[in-house]
Design a protein around this ligand. Structure first.
Ligand code: HEC
Length: 166
């Protein structure tokens, strides 16, 4: 019998030695995935307006998210100070449009109306506008108001959020 044969038969098989290592690795992966899933579920991001709320029914919180972070209503419908910053406690109070139409012959509205006022008097009209693009007078609002086609949940969330403002 050669020495090499002895070493071969007495050394533990390779798989047995790897066993504990694989177990530790598997536990580590499982723990890692668990941590990521929990972090995602808690919905805590470092974004200014908080993480987007899950879309389970209309909510004021979702309305805030859509008007500030997605559809940008706040950018056109809010008055600004001398350096162009939106005046925070005046958000959605209506504002002049600082733009002229870039298209020959196409009208541009000169003012974006007060949405707090509008939503408090005619919530349904706001919802209809956001779902169909049809304004209070039965026509489409002039540009640059975008022709939104939202689902009911999103339109309702925005109307609820605007109504919730003082
Ligand atoms: C790019 C600028 C801009 C953005 C973005 C914008 N709007 Fe407007 N919006 C306007 C202007 C300008 C008007 C006035 C249109 C007119 O007088 O015909 C208007 C009109 C409206 C009206 C009145 C429509 C009617 O019935 O007469 C509502 C309600 C409204 N916007 C809601 C919103 C909401 C909610 C959002 C976001 C989801 C939004 N707007 C985003 C510019 C904007």
């Amino acid at each position: 019998m050669r020495i090499a044969d002895v070493v071969e038969t007495t050394a533990p098989p390779r798989r047995a030695r790897l066993g504990p290592f694989i177990l530790v690795l598997a536990l580590g992966v499982a723990f890692g995935i668990g941590t990521v899933v929990r972090a995602a579920g808690s919905g805590q991001g470092d974004r200014r307006g908080g993480a987007p709320p899950a879309s389970a029914g209309a909510s004021v919180e979702r309305g805030r998210y859509l008007t500030h972070e997605v559809a940008m209503c706040v950018q056109c419908h809010s008055p600004r100070d001398g350096s162009g910053r939106i005046i925070e406690d005046q958000e959605f109070r209506g504002a002049p449009m600082p733009l002229r139409s870039p298209y020959a012959g196409a009208a541009f509205a000169l003012r974006a109306p007060d949405l707090r006022e509008l939503a408090s008097h005619s919530e349904d009209a706001v919802v209809r506008l956001l779902e169909t693009g049809i304004g209070r007078d039965g026509n489409r609002p002039q540009l640059p108001m975008p022709p939104f086609r939202m689902n009911h949940e999103d339109a309702q969330s925005i109307a609820m959020y605007l109504r919730s403002l003082p």
